[in-house]
Design a protein around this ligand. Sequence first.
Ligand code: SF4
Length: 389
Amino acid sequence: MVHSVILKSIRACNLRCTYCYYINEDTPEYGLTMSDACLERVYASYAEYLHDNGARGSLVWHGGEPLMLGRPRLQRLLDLQRRFFAPGSIENHLQTNGLLITDEWIDFFKRNDVKVGLSLDGTKEVHDRFRVTKGGKGSYDLVIRAIERLRGHGIEVGVLTVMGSTPDGRRELMHLRDELRIRGADFLFPISSHALARRSPLDQKILSEFLLSAFQTWTEADDSLFTVRLFRALIKNAMGMPHNYFASGAASLGAAVIVETDGKVCMDTDFSEIDRYDLGSEYRFDFSVMDEDFTFAKVDRALHARIEERQLDRIPADCQSCRMRSVCRGAHPASRYDDRDHSFDHRSVYCEAMYDISDAVVEYLVRSGHGEDLADADLQHDLRTAVPA
Ligand code: SF4
């Protein structure tokens, strides 16, 4: 079931983050916005799909920077939804870098019930190294101003935080949770795979240290004060519970789909770099919302066929002997891709860091009295027969 449609509504941004996978001066068709006709096709077909399945869904306004669409245009596009969606059947989310947020935008979010997520990489020192303006200036102060402005109007936000630049997860988590009093963070791995890591090597040690120190800090306080999606998902994996977080296994990779600015239907963003560097053809499907016979039922089938054909939802053969396979679940499937055999049947390129954090999750569960709830019988057996140090 496609629960979320991510709309790449604009190919433009007012930042030039150094790690950006999407926007830079070489981005083809920079400045292109999704046409009204394209959005109408999305609305009509997604509304029909939700109705047929008796389900609710969400649209995620993404870019580039979606606020660059401007309020009048975005208002018109949101108003248009009433022609297609049954009341209460659709939610709108918007992911922004926060730079353009004003009181008028906040009023707009409230009036239209748009849920907002911000991108913030942590402390000023870390954030400003990567998330810079066209002129190379750090954007931390502007994001903090947006967070404070939102809070002043009673809107609390969660943040997306890209890891990889500092090993000090404790400092970064404490900054977000205790100093900025943010509700939660999604710690994202920098997009990579075996194919990409040969061009641009990953520092596993920094990722591992960051995750371990952040996890340790997270478990020292009430975890409901600050949600970390990756940690929650790994705990759920360990206990055999379902979730829809792709970075720790692909159980529900079919739950979200991307519609690119030109209307092309695509897999999750993490697959995009494979196509971008011509290392394979894994991101785009060969159809568009503008096709005459387009339906979301077709998207649903295509997603599941791709998952099955590429074995994206299976724990790779290379991981079968891994003690942490039931917790890590091979990480994000895109991170397992190798262009030498065009296969995903490999350990994740984040393997070292994922093993370490999965191990820490298991140790935490055992320590807090949940050892018996672990879903993996082999792991249970290992723990029972382990010789105390
Ligand atoms: S830790 Fe490594 S080997 Fe183990 S399941 Fe994850 S990716 Fe596979």
